[in-house]
Design a protein around this ligand. Structure first.
Ligand SMILES: [Zn+2]
Length: 131
């Protein structure tokens, strides 16, 4: 992952974080029922630009996770922490598990989205809190 990739990924994502903070997280679905997450203007599967915003389910289920004990400097103050891939209905989100000991994180855990702020960088990140 390069710095350039980070910049592109962040562009337009703030709007989604704003919505998520207001409890209005959403995902995108095209007429072919492909699903994706913002920021997108084109369906990544079929190229359709007719994307509908649908409400993200309130809770998701941890599909897989990794625990980081020795983080990169950018997340130094947050370690140790668990990063999980969580299935919210048809879409999956990757975020940092919060509000639980990293040793208690497990596959299948039910979590809800909670936008949190990195203790190190002060930037908003996707948090996942046990529901
Ligand atoms: Zn599509």
């Amino acid at each position: 992952m390069s710095d350039a990739d980070d910049t592109v990924a962040d562009a337009g994502f703030d709007d989604w974080l704003d919505a998520a903070e207001d409890g209005a997280a959403y995902y995108l679905e095209c007429p072919e029922d492909h699903t994706s997450l913002p920021p997108r203007r084109v369906c990544p599967d079929c190229g359709s630009t007719d994307l509908e915003e649908l409400a993200l389910p309130d809770t998701g289920e941890v599909r897989t996770f990794t625990v980081t004990h020795v983080p990169t400097p950018a997340f130094e103050e947050d370690a140790p922490y668990a990063t999980a891939v969580v299935d919210f209905g048809p879409v999956s989100l990757t975020g940092q598990v919060v509000g639980i000991d990293v040793g208690d994180v497990e596959t299948g855990l039910t979590v809800e989205l909670e936008i949190s702020v990195s203790e190190t960088t002060g930037e908003r990140v996707i948090g996942l809190r046990p529901a």
